[in-house]
Ligand binder design. Structure first.
Ligand code: ZN
Length: 230
């Protein structure tokens, strides 16, 4: 986050705090801050998020040798919701992102009944700082929408630095051997993450899941970015 973004974020938080004092929880739209109808997003933002341009919004391809699906490009309302989730640990943002799953295309693969949803564990320092692993919040919300269980299948070693602050070469080095399987994996896995950027993080997690025995892995991210930062 640049200093400009930091100042904007501080202003936003102050504004949100003031509004939260004036209005009860859920009364304001998480995206535009206008008075909502008791939902996380106001009707306008909800319509923009759910409908949008559906043909353009979902993207599929391959990362680390397995299929990935991304629900939206990393801009606009989905990006705002991810920032709320990441920096404010707002579980309402996770639920709203997961609700986009309702717009999944007909060719989205049917998950077998024994599929387990899991997430990319965040750096320990960040979890301590924020009190919650935002990746877990998102995976749990996605799992609820998909009617599948959500379990921790990966552990993260050491106190590696958050990826967003590093250059590409540093990111790769930082993540080398960062993830380990949490146990034996003998079922299909759906790995959920917020943003797919270079795919470095997802690939390292896929390697670890394979080490644990997983042979059937798919990645689902809320958004897909084209920049070099996530
Ligand atoms: Zn709104």
């Amino acid at each position: 986050m640049s200093w400009r973004d930091g100042i904007m974020e501080a202003f936003r938080r102050a504004r949100v705090l003031l509004r939260e004092i004036l209005y009860p929880e859920g009364a304001l739209c998480l995206n535009c801050g206008r008075i909502s109808d008791g939902n996380t997003l106001c009707p306008d933002c909800r319509r923009d998020l759910r409908e949008g341009d559906l043909l353009e919004s979902w993207e599929t391809g391959e990362v680390g040798g397995v299929p990935f699906w991304s629900m939206r490009p990393h801009r606009g309302i989905p990006r705002t919701l991810i920032l709320r989730l990441k920096h404010g640990a707002e579980s309402r943002a996770a639920a709203e992102l997961a609700a986009i799953l309702q717009t999944r295309p007909a060719y989205f693969p049917a998950l077998s009944p024994d599929t387990v949803v899991t997430w990319v564990p965040g750096p320990k320092g960040r979890i301590l700082e924020r009190g919650v692993d935002h990746g877990k919040l998102l995976a749990e919300a996605m799992a609820r929408e998909l009617g599948r269980p959500c379990r921790p299948l990966l552990t993260r070693r050491g106190n590696d630095r958050p990826q967003a602050r590093l250059k590409e070469s540093q990111r790769r080095q930082n993540l080398k051997n960062a993830f380990l399987p949490a146990g034996r994996i003998s079922f299909p896995v759906l790995l959920v993450d917020d943003v797919l950027t270079t795919g470095t993080t997802a690939s390292r997690c896929i390697d670890a899941l394979r080490k644990g025995g997983a042979t059937d892995i798919m990645v689902l991210t809320a958004t897909k970015a084209t920049s070099s930062k996530s």
